[in-house]
Design a protein around this ligand. Structure first.
Ligand code: AMP
Length: 195
């Protein structure tokens, strides 16, 4: 099953995706992580995306679609994946639907992490002290939030319009409480598998 972890920057997508991935043995595909690895490796892609990421902008759709197409074609992705940070625009969502259709797969659920903006900026400021991510500066955060509102938030309407299952998760809660609400969404069997 394809699960999409969706929400604004700092909403806890990466944290929850890592927990769920470990317990269900599903690959956690974070496009942000893939890109940060490319930047660290100094690859051609990395050199191209580094300045955009640093400023808090979005990488062009065609590049992101190529990255994800390559990743979900790997054998470990066959039983299902957790997508964290993709799709971030409606054209990316459309491209993903096309890819899945061609391979006979579908999106099981979109988990939307709801967190108020005041809390997001606090979390990003806290993460900046620990992780030293290039895009956790106050300026880049503001840009990321504006990009999120303009280009990413409409993805939710896209899925709702297509009848894809969308579930709201209160992300403004302690980590284990958020995990618990995800398990409830996944249902009773998932809950038993997890313990
Ligand atoms: P994240 O780790 O998901 O917060 O992503 C960090 C940064 O990587 C974003 O601010 C974008 O610059 C870039 N990025 C990650 N995923 C995407 C995507 N699906 N589309 C465009 N840019 C992305």
């Amino acid at each position: 099953m394809i699960t999409i972890i969706f929400g604004p920057p700092g909403s806890g997508k990466g944290t929850q995706a890592a927990i769920i991935s470990e317990r269900f043995h599903l690959p956690h595909i974070s496009t942000g992580e893939i890109l940060r690895d490319e930047v660290a490796a100094g690859s051609e892609l990395g050199r191209e995306v580094a300045p955009i990421m640093k400023g808090g902008g979005l990488i062009p759709d065609d590049m992101m679609v190529r990255v994800i197409e390559h990743r979900i074609a790997q054998p470990d992705a066959e039983p299902g994946v957790l997508l964290d940070g993709f799709p971030r625009t409606v054209p990316q969502a459309e491209a993903l639907d096309g890819m899945l259709e061609r391979t006979g797969r579908e999106i099981g659920v979109v988990l939307f992490f709801d967190v108020p903006e005041s809390e997001l900026s606090k979390r990003i400021a806290h993460r900046a002290e620990i992780d030293h991510r290039a895009d956790d500066t106050p300026e880049a955060f503001i840009h990321r939030m504006r990009e999120y509102e303009a280009k990413t938030a409409p993805v939710l309407d896209y899925y709702q319009g297509r009848g894809t299952r969308v579930e709201f998760v209160n992300g403004n809660a302690p980590i284990e409480v958020v995990t618990d609400s995800i398990l409830t969404i996944f249902g009773g069997n998932a809950r038993r598998e997890m313990v």
